[in-house]
Structure formats: C-alpha cells, structure tokens
Ligand binder design. Structure first.
Ligand SMILES: [Zn+2]
Length: 145
C-alpha cells in the first residue's frame, strides 16, 4: 500500500501536519504516566538523553519504559498484531526493522545499567487491564529502588 502524501500547498496545511508530527504521547502513554503519578513514582518523559529515547524513564528505579503499539511493534500472541494480507513482504520488512530497532534500544539501555520495561498498548485498553498494570508497575518499580 502506497501512502499518498497530503498536498502541502498552504502554510496552514503544512503547519497542521508539523503539529501532528510533533505531538507526542498516545492514549496508552498518557495512561501509563497517570498510573506513575498516582503511585508517586518519579519519571521523565521522552528522555532524549538516553539511547532510543524511551517514552518514559522511572528515574529513581532506573527503569526505561517503552509504551509500544501492538501492531507496529509485534506484540507476540496479541490479536492486534496481525499482518495485513496484501503487500505482506512490505509489512514484514517494516515490522522486522521495528523489532530490530527495539532490540538495539534495549541493549543500549541495559549497557547503561538501566532496566527496560515494555508496556503494550493492549495492557491499557480497559479499566481491569489498567488495574493489573498498576499492580505490576508498583511491584516492579518500587522494588528496584
Ligand atoms: Zn497487545
């Protein structure tokens, strides 16, 4: 599937596009931050000073957190991680590149002595899952300290 680029003939259209690109923080990411705040766990967001620019870093626990979309980052066994039936080669290559990049980021962070935690989008999908996630984060991030 070839994505058609929007025609950027006007300044308004161009700046609207730029604004959408700059926007950070998916719903899942916001949910994770909310949980961390509730647990009173200190964190920074989009930490550019760390390899791979983790979405969140629980600073005192020393744990970098990635909030991954299940589709793009291939959540194993997850319904959301299906492969489109057309242009399978294109998608497979794209997914492979994403996963390779993710592994490289994890390695680089671990070399820095940081823990790495991946939170999947589907873990934030409903209240019950969020509650589970909160319990997990509390256990993992408060114990490390
Ligand atoms: Zn998933």
């Amino acid at each position: 599937m070839k994505l058609r680029k929007p025609a950027l003939t006007t300044t308004a259209a161009r700046s609207a596009l730029m604004a959408s690109v700059r926007q950070r923080g998916t719903g899942a990411e916001l949910a994770v931050r909310q949980i961390l705040r509730r647990l009173k766990i200190r964190f920074r967001s989009n930490v550019a000073s760390l390899p791979g620019r983790p979405d969140v870093c629980a600073t005192e626990a020393g744990v970098a957190i990635f909030v991954h979309g299940c589709f793009w980052h291939r959540h194993r066994g997850c319904k959301a991680a299906s492969t489109p039936r057309t242009n399978t080669e294109f998608w497979t290559a794209k997914f492979d590149a994403n996963m390779r990049r993710d592994r490289a980021k994890t390695r680089a962070l671990r070399r820095r002595g940081l823990g790495v935690l991946v939170i999947w989008e589907c873990q934030t999908r409903n209240l019950a899952k969020l509650k589970q996630l909160e319990t997990k984060l509390e256990k993992v991030l408060k114990k490390v300290r």
